[in-house]
Design a protein around this ligand. Structure first.
Ligand code: KIV
Ligand code: ZN
Length: 522
């Protein structure tokens, strides 16, 4: 039998956009959206996709199972607490892929053990060992995490990790769950574990850092310098609270400073920008303009002295090229005369290459409608169209008609007609402005409690004929959801966004029957 030697300088990129990323407030995704992201992550070249937390809801289970069934290439991982029912459910989902991984965890910091788990330290070790042994009956690929490792006593962690390695864990993850550490101590901690843990040389050590103090990427890089060979990260750094370490920042650090780190990844960096856009469109979480690597300003030179330098010699002020991350800066222009074939081809180039014919037809009809209002349809418009027409929850409530009046001396009034299956219903309302009036009319029609938490509008492209894209965060029956809608008319875009949010929340309610299971934590 021949054994394949692992390249010691190759970093495993473990993407958790679909699990920890989805824990960003309101970022809940449906099955189709998760599949679309998983396909793009595979194209990007990630090594592991953490597809969800199967016990947390039937929807999460379905998503992990569907991704495990379809995606060929990366390891497909599911999360499970160190609890029998979690591991069994996770095993059922991930074993649909020949490279399925179970990621099980238990908290190891004193505060979590005492206040949350109410266990003894010995009981925690026993629970962890049993969890790993059970997980091993489903798959040889088992990852174990010491939750809140960043605040855990190092010697106790040595005991826990040595025990789970003996039980069969193949990857050991060290999460800074609350984003408390700094790069010096986190790197030192990894080095200490690598030195003291029994069997450390037989497993891969991994870092999973949160960004509460803005150090998630720095801590991840420090862990790699200290000998970790897996990093857990998300696209655009989305995730619980201030988010997780951003995948694109870690990868580009390793690439641009190869001279310093001497490490490589399997990421095709030219797919980074496309992946970032897709995740932003689907989750509704905008990327800040000055965000490293993927922000709109990341490659823009404003100061005259910089522009002059770049024109003379790019490397005077540029350490990487926009093309390296797949950002051309140019948008392809489509218009009235562009046919379905050109439209479909451009969508595929933007990453939407798995849409069904019916979805393409829907998006194409909307594109044609837009061409009547706008001379040039840019890539940004296409992203907005696909999101609005394809990536949203099934339309339980569908907008049939919207009319409104407004002006400097008119009381803003809106009339909204919705369809729900065969049922057609109509209401009118007044408000502070046409959007407020339209939302009030919608609220009268839908049979749910809604509370608008956040509302933002931006132009998709330049010009007064631009589509407006409205992002809303709405609490629907106590559940926070985020959605977007676009249209050349901002009031229509707003009502669409509002309805997408309501439909999304209702769909989540339909698939969830296990809401009492927390997202993480025991
Ligand atoms: O932050 C964390 O501790 C986690 C674990 C479940 C790995 O997300
Ligand atoms: Zn986390």
């Amino acid at each position: 039998m021949t054994t394949v030697q692992r390249d010691p300088n190759r970093v495993i990129i473990f993407d958790t956009t679909l699990r920890d990323g989805e824990q960003s407030p309101g970022a809940t995704m449906n099955l189709q959206e998760k599949l679309e992201i998983a396909r793009q992550l595979a194209r990007l070249g990630v090594d592991v996709i953490e597809a969800g937390f199967p016990i947390s809801s039937p929807g999460d289970f379905e998503a992990v199972a569907a991704i495990a069934e379809e995606i060929d290439g990366p390891v497909i991982c599911g999360l499970a607490r160190a609890i029998e029912k979690d591991i069994v459910r996770c095993g059922e989902a991930v074993t649909r892929n020949k490279r399925g991984r179970i990621h099980t965890f238990i908290a190891t910091s004193q505060i979590h053990i005492e206040k949350k788990l109410r266990m003894t330290k010995e009981q925690v070790i026993e629970t962890a060992v049993n969890a790993v042994k059970l997980a091993k009956t489903f798959t040889p690929d088992v990852e174990f995490s010491c939750e809140d490792a960043g605040r855990t006593d190092w010697d106790y962690m040595v005991d826990v990790i040595s025990a789970v390695i003996e039980a069969g864990a193949t990857t050991i993850n060290v999460p800074d769950t609350v984003g408390y550490c700094n790069p010096w101590e986190f790197g030192e901690c990894i080095a200490y574990l690598l030195k003291k843990v029994k069997g450390a040389d037989k497993v891969i050590f991994s870092a999973h850092c949160h960004n509460d103090l803005g150090l998630a990427v720095a801590n991840s890089l420090a862990a790699l310098r200290a000998g970790a060979r897996q990093v857990e990260c998300t696209i655009n750094g989305i995730g619980e609270r201030a988010g997780n370490a951003s995948l694109e920042e870690i990868v580009m650090n390793l690439k641009v400073r190869q001279d310093f780190y001497g490490l490589t990844t399997g990421i095709n960096t030219k797919e980074i920008y496309r992946t970032s856009r897709l995740v932003s469109e689907i989750t509704g979480i905008r990327v800040q303009r000055n965000k490293a690597i993927v922000g709109a300003n990341a490659f823009a030179h404003e100061a005259g002295i910089h522009q002059d330098g770049v024109l003379k010699e790019r490397s005077t002020y540029e350490i990487m090229r926009a093309e390296d991350v797949g950002w051309t800066g140019e948008s392809m222009v489509l218009g009235k005369h562009s046919g379905r074939h050109a439209f479909k081809t451009r969508l595929a180039q933007l990453g939407y290459d798995s849409l069904s014919e019916e979805e393409i037809n829907k998006a194409f009809a909307r594109f044609k409608e837009l061409c009547d209002k706008k001379k040039e349809v840019l890539d940004e418009d296409l992203y907005a169209i696909v999101e609005d027409e394809v990536f949203h929850a099934p339309e339980i409530y569908q907008l049939d008609y919207l009319g409104f009046t407004s002006g400097t001396s008119t009381v803003p009034t809106a009339t909204v007609r919705l369809r729900k299956g065969e049922q057609v219903m109509q209401e009118a309302a007044c408000g502070d402005g046409p959007v407020d009036a339209a939302f009030r009319a919608v609220e009268k029609l839908v049979n749910v409690n809604t509370e608008l938490i956040d509302y933002a509008v931006e132009a998709v492209t330049g010009g007064t004929d631009a589509q407006g894209q409205v992002s809303v965060t709405v609490r629907v029956n106590g559940k926070k959801v985020r959605a977007r809608g676009s249209h050349t008319d901002v009031v229509t875009a707003s009502v669409k966004a509002y309805l997408h949010a309501i439909n999304k929340a209702l769909q989540l309610k339909e698939v969830a029957s296990n809401n009492d299971v927390p997202k993480t934590g025991m």
